[in-house]
Design a protein around this ligand. Structure first.
Ligand SMILES: C[S@@+](CC[C@H](N)C(=O)[O-])C[C@H]1O[C@@H](n2cnc3c(N)ncnc32)[C@H](O)[C@@H]1O
Length: 306
């Protein structure tokens, strides 16, 4: 009771009017749009993240903002989603996955040639030609790019070449992080844990105006294509098969029902022997009919031969 009273007074003392009902409505909207389940402990986070949007629109209350949102165009909806996603990531996060990916790339089945005759136009044809005979990987919640670029470095190491036959599709629901990811520019504190030798090999050091930052080397960036994909959506505009899917530290934001639906859609997109990499706290045991554990948080399709 005391806690409820404290919370109510906290809510009342804010710059913008923000009620329990506003929080409940926000929870429902972000769940419906991105599958993100916000716990009650996220009340303050929601306030501080969305207050920026109220400022932009010159509004006084969350109620006004939520009313505006309901009539808003896709741009404001995207801002809403961007504001409420949590994008924490780092290079070589959960480091043990990268040697496993490297080894997998060395041994996995090489891709079948793609039929280019069914290409709809010249750019489609060229895209198909470019991706011919490539191993495809998907990083399905790529955030600001550290994860897909770490995958690209693993691919370069696996083939001992800066032009490995690998293509990485990197996607996220948050368009702001995708823009940052595409730039491939990071401040020095984002790369401080990367060994100097790796930094030298795969990054350019900023000079002059760019002092204090690094940029991912062109050959690494060229292996990755970024695209907005909402994992919650019924239809993903992608084609497999993938030799590996990274889906790390995003399932924790979804309820089990949503997780199960997504896992069911991942399975047919994986090639024979393909691997699904999950985050350290994301056990897929509840979906053992779809995926079985292969090694530490690495899974394979339960009913396909490995
Ligand atoms: C905590 S980050 C994890 C990033 C990276 N996978 C890692 O492990 O370091 C979670 C990412 O999932 C994205 N995300 C949240 N909901 C999503 C959805 N419905 N579809 C696609 N991406 C989503 C967020 O925008 C965020 O960038």
């Amino acid at each position: 009771m005391l806690e409820t009273t404290t919370k109510a007074s906290e809510l009342a003392s804010r710059e913008y009017n923000y009620t329990q009902a506003d929080f409940e409505k926000t929870k429902k909207l972000i769940y419906d749009h991105a599958g993100i389940s916000l716990s009650d402990s996220k009340q303050n986070m929601v306030y501080s993240r969305l207050a920026r949007r109220l400022r932009v629109h010159g509004l006084k209350s969350f109620k006004e903002y939520l009313n505006l949102l309901e009539k808003a165009n896709a741009t404001e909806w995207q801002e809403f989603v961007n504001a409420l996603t949590t994008n924490l990531t780092s290079f070589f996060r959960e480091n043990h996955h990268f040697p496993i990916l490297e080894q997998h790339l060395k041994t996995c089945k090489k891709p079948q040639p793609v039929n280019t005759q069914d290409a709809s136009d010249l750019s489609d044809y060229l895209q198909k030609r470019r991706n011919l005979n490539k191993i495809h990987l998907w990083c399905s919640a790529s955030s600001t790019g550290e994860e897909p670029y770490s995958m690209a470095i693993a691919a370069i190491r696996a083939f001992n070449s800066f032009t490995p036959p690998v293509h990485i599709l990197a996607s996220d629901v948050d368009t702001q992080v995708l823009r940052k990811a595409e730039e491939g520019v990071y401040s020095l504190d984002r790369v401080e844990k990367i060994p100097q030798s790796v930094l030298k090999e795969f990054f350019y050091k900023g000079k002059g105006r760019n002092e204090g930052s690094v940029r991912v080397r062109d050959e690494v960036r060229e292996l990755v294509t970024f695209r907005k994909i909402n994992l919650l959506e019924e239809f993903w505009s992608i084609r497999g098969p993938f030799q590996a899917i990274f889906c790390r530290n995003v399932m924790i934001y979804f309820d089990k029902q949503t997780q199960y639906k997504i896992l069911k859609k991942f399975a047919p997109l994986l090639d024979e022997g393909g691997l699904l990499f999950a985050g350290h706290s994301e056990s897929l045991q509840f979906a053992s009919d779809i995926f079985r554990l292969r090694s530490n948080t690495v899974y394979e399709v339960a009913n396909k031969k490995g």
